[in-house]
Design a protein around this ligand. Structure first.
Ligand SMILES: Nc1ncnc2c1ncn2[C@@H]1O[C@H](COP(=O)(O)OP(=O)(O)OP(=O)(O)O)[C@@H](O)[C@H]1O
Ligand SMILES: [Mg+2]
Length: 233
């Protein structure tokens, strides 16, 4: 049994099936990448696993307990956190105010650790709208880590970052996953970053799992190469 599992997860938007019986199993200290073309269902999958979107079938478990019908708030309170594809920092708050607001909701008395780990010490008193976009994305990551969640689901933390920032972000994610023993899932378009940092990769296409395996297995998978990687492999 894995700490966090989605099995046979399906989601419909009206007549459109966005996710069709998708499985995932997350383990502590293992970074699980999810890749796939635009519209593959990656964000929908995070929405389903985090409780934001109701599943039409399938189940989600935490420590083997069925949490499929639990609210996003309940899941966050029980150690399952997520981030969003678009930055969710409030522009008018300082970085510290923003983190303190999340800390109050999640009974986290100690923000210093997360601030230090992500090297945000220099910007804590700055207003979020005035810091660089790359730093805002680090604040997004920091928000998801407040309260020491055991499961973290990240939706494109590198979206909009330049290559160097993107590489640094994925290094942070990998380090945090290992140091905090977090069961982590990261959705990303930065294929090289995912192959270089993730322990396991799931490829989604048209709402279905094409393949799950180690980076080496995924790189060599004919179906994945045809449908997604092409020359990038
Ligand atoms: N609110 C919605 N209403 C209707 N259809 C939706 C809605 N949100 C997403 N979809 C559809 O569901 C499918 C999966 O979308 P999703 O956003 O999960 O893809 P994604 O893999 O995250 O894509 P991207 O890489 O562009 O972020 C797409 O066909 C999309 O058009
Ligand atoms: Mg998406």
């Amino acid at each position: 049994m894995s700490v966090f599992e989605g099995s046979g997860v399906s989601v419909k938007y009206g007549a459109v099936t966005a996710l069709d019986s998708v499985d995932i199993a997350l383990e502590p200290g293992i970074l699980h990448g999810v890749i796939g073309p635009n519209g593959a269902g990656k964000s929908t999958f995070i929405d389903a696993l985090s409780g934001r979107k109701r599943v039409s079938s399938g189940r989600v478990t935490l420590d083997g307990e069925d949490i499929t019908r639990r609210s996003p708030r309940w899941r966050r309170g029980h150690g399952v956190s997520r981030s969003f594809q678009r930055t969710s920092v409030f522009g008018s708050m300082t970085v510290r105010e923003q983190l303190e607001m999340v800390a109050r909701k999640n009974h986290e008395p100690d923000l210093d650790d997360v601030i230090e780990t992500l090297a945000l010490g220099d910007v804590t008193e700055r207003v979020c709208s005035e810091i660089a976009y790359g730093t805002q994305r680090l604040v997004d990551l920091a928000i998801s880590l407040v309260g020491r969640p055991r499961v973290v689901l990240l939706d494109e933390p590198c979206a909009g970052l330049v290559a160097d920032e993107s590489a640094q972000m994925l290094t942070h994610v990998r380090t945090l996953c290992k140091e905090r023993n977090v069961a982590a899932m990261v959705v990303e378009h930065d294929v090289d970053g995912v192959f270089g940092n993730c322990d396991v990769i799931t490829v989604l296409n048209l709402g279905k799992v094409l393949a799950t395996g180690t980076p080496a297995e995924i790189r060599a998978d004919e179906t994945v190469i045809k449908a997604y990687l092409g020359s990038a492999a």
